[in-house]
Design a protein around this ligand. Structure first.
Ligand SMILES: Cc1cc2nc3c(=O)[nH]c(=O)nc-3n(C[C@H](O)[C@H](O)[C@H](O)COP(=O)(O)OP(=O)(O)OC[C@H]3O[C@@H](n4cnc5c(N)ncnc54)[C@H](O)[C@@H]3O)c2cc1C
Length: 266
């Protein structure tokens, strides 16, 4: 579905994207919040998969520096023609994303040679463009790098790992073997990777918060219908304080979160 949504301009509305001459009139954090609310309530997993493309978009948008190769990748992703992925997690480095074992060795011509293993990367078995992280010296957070890979390049191998809670989503285990990343695709050279990582994680967490609110509304909608229909002791269970008051509280908390997020968007 991503190409269909992309054709209508619904991959992300965070940006105007004037650098690609896309120029969305409705754009910014509030527009993106409305987009996520809508898509997530119809299909949470689809929204999450498209979200991984957005993470790649965020990184390239922040660091394309007007370089044509990066803008071409950005257009592929913004229009939904291709999907993207983000490679942070490694088999031995999950929560601890700043002591990576993937080595990105800088070359004299400005390129990087990459060797390592990444896992649980959403979309990666199907992605054309992936934004990854590594480090010039294993375990050294202050030597981290950020790079863009076209998965058709030599040295990329991806297989799907099955996560039972996300059966629709293609989550990958990726092997990077002597991949050469030309300078045009190095988004952050040695020492810049960690800052770029956290810059991306901030945006990602805001998107996750909107998704959480959407999922709370979806769960409440189902529950409101059920408690209006289910009868016990001769009346709808909504009318018992233990149920009705609890749901009034959930409703208030979810409303507060939604308004808080919209306030944040301002
Ligand atoms: C559906 C799905 C999609 C994903 N998509 C991506 C993606 O697109 N790109 C990507 O790079 N990664 C992705 N991930 C990986 C995700 O980022 C990692 O799963 C996450 O960082 C946690 O790492 P881990 O699973 O190795 O758990 P671990 O870090 O090994 O944690 C194990 C347990 O220890 C706890 N723990 C760890 N450290 C601490 C601490 N300091 N204090 C207290 N408790 C701690 C954790 O909370 C957890 O309960 C995805 C994961 C899932 C499940």
């Amino acid at each position: 579905w991503i190409p269909d949504f992309g054709a209508e301009g619904y991959v992300t509305r965070s940006y105007k994207m004037d650098e690609l001459d896309i120029n969305y009139e409705e754009h910014g954090a509030a527009a993106e919040t409305m987009r996520i609310l809508a898509v997530d309530q119809f299909d949470t997993q689809f929204c999450m998969a498209m979200g991984a493309t957005i993470l790649a978009i965020n990184a390239i948008k922040a660091h394309h520096e007007g370089i044509q190769e990066r803008l071409d990748a950005l257009r592929d992703l913004m229009t939904g023609k291709e999907c993207g992925a983000i490679l942070i997690t490694e088999p031995e480095r999950g929560s601890d994303a700043v002591h990576q074992l993937t080595v990105t060795e800088p070359q004299e011509d400005g390129s990087l040679i990459i060797n390592g293993e990444k896992i649980y990367n959403t979309n990666s078995p199907k992605a054309k463009w992936v934004v990854g992280y590594g480090t010039a010296v294993a375990n050294e957070g202050n030597q981290m790098t950020q790079y863009l890979i076209n998965t058709s390049w030599d040295g990329w191998r991806s297989e799907r790992v099955f996560i039972p809670w996300t059966p629709k989503i293609w989550i990958g285990h990726n092997h990077l073997t002597n991949i050469r990343v030309p300078p045009e695709y190095v988004l952050g050279g040695v020492g810049k990777g960690r800052d770029h990582l956290f810059e991306g994680l901030i945006l990602e967490r805001i998107g996750i918060a909107v998704g959480n609110v959407a999922q709370a509304w979806t769960a409440l909608s189902h529950a409101f219908i059920y408690i209006n229909m289910r009868k016990q002791f001769g009346q709808e269970v909504l009318k018992f304080q233990g149920v009705g008051f609890t749901f009034a509280d959930y409703w208030a908390r979810t409303t507060n979160l939604t308004i808080g997020l919209l306030k944040f968007c301002e």
